[in-house]
Design a protein around this ligand. Structure first.
Ligand code: DAK
Length: 258
């Protein structure tokens, strides 16, 4: 893995970890930082030795949003042409699972980044919010769409229109996070979850992720049809034969990712 300026990368067995590293601006997501983040994640997405990825910040802040400094004087055309949103979309298109390990602030684009991940593990100090209204704008990287699909219209309205922020416990109650753990343990917990998933049948994990994502984009009928095709496809894998044979032989399966 290359040396990056705005992120730190570590490999923990089959898990790739990215630490956002722009501490002077509370991990504000500058275009350069986003470019490095996506580059690291896409590199691991292609690496057969990596099965899952974790994105984290530090105990005080996950990310305080897009870089306000670089947007003050922007025109609509600047925003339209900015690479920012394409970079966000590329995170949503990764085929391996990505877990956000969040402590402290996850605001604006930082919260949208967490929501673009597949799972969220929160420390009890995490705070989630879409404060863009304070800047005279609205969320632009999924914050009105992903949030509403998860928490429903009424709470999303309050968060988007009036900067209602959620504590970790509230976020758990509204289904926004997978679990809340003490601050000393949130990163280890996210890494352990990633490690467990990375040890499972890789193609089934990949297609399972695709199927769950599709549920957010389609009618139930189309979603069920799509699920069934992916289900049938798995019967063409060696891992399906191995998984079922191992069950019957009362042994652990050995996955090949084929
Ligand atoms: N951008 C740039 N700098 C930031 C920043 C940000 N988002 N957040 C914090 N900083 C900087 C502060 O300016 C300050 O810098 P110095 O004054 O030291 O130079 C330093 O980080 C420490 O911040 P504070 O002094 O404010 O720290 P506090 O602990 O007092 O407060 C806070 C922490 C997180 C509550 C506060 O910093 C805060 O409210 N930050 C802004 C949060 C926010 O409004 N986030 C939304 C940003 S807008 C797009 C789609 C989406 C987007 C963009 C484009 N396209 C479709 C193209 C997304 C937009 C956003 O996310």
């Amino acid at each position: 893995m290359k040396a990056y300026q705005w992120i730190r990368t570590e490999v923990h067995g089959p898990v790739g970890l990215v630490r956002l590293n722009n501490p002077k601006a509370l991990n504000a997501l500058t275009p350069d930082l986003m470019r490095e983040l996506v580059d690291a994640l896409e590199t691991w997405d292609r690496d057969p030795d990596i099965g899952a990825m974790v994105i984290t910040g530090n105990e005080k802040v996950f990310a305080a949003g897009a870089d306000i400094r670089s947007m003050v004087q922007a025109t609509p055309v600047d925003m339209l042409l900015s690479a920012y949103i394409d970079l966000f979309d590329r995170i949503g298109k990764l085929s391996k699972p990505v877990i956000a390990a969040v402590s402290g602030w996850a605001l604006g684009g930082g919260f949208e980044l967490a929501m673009a991940c597949d799972m969220i593990v929160a420390s009890e100090k995490a705070v989630f919010g879409q404060p863009e209204i304070n800047l005279g704008i609205i969320p632009g990287a999924g914050g009105t769409q992903r949030l509403t699909r998860t928490v429903g219209k009424y709470l999303a309205m309050e968060m988007v229109l009036n900067d209602r922020r959620l504590t970790a416990e509230e976020a758990a109650r509204f289904g926004l996070v997978n679990r809340v753990v003490p601050v000393e343990r949130y990163l280890e917990e996210a890494l352990e979850l990633a490690r467990q998933i990375a040890q499972r049948a890789p193609i089934a994990v990949r297609l399972g992720k695709e199927a769950v994502q599709f549920a957010l984009e389609s009618s139930l009928e189309n979603g069920l049809r799509h699920e069934r095709r992916l289900f049938y496809l798995l019967f063409a894998t060696e891992d399906q034969k191995e998984g079922m044979t191992a069950f019957l032989e009362k042994r652990k399966p050995e996955w090949k990712g084929r």
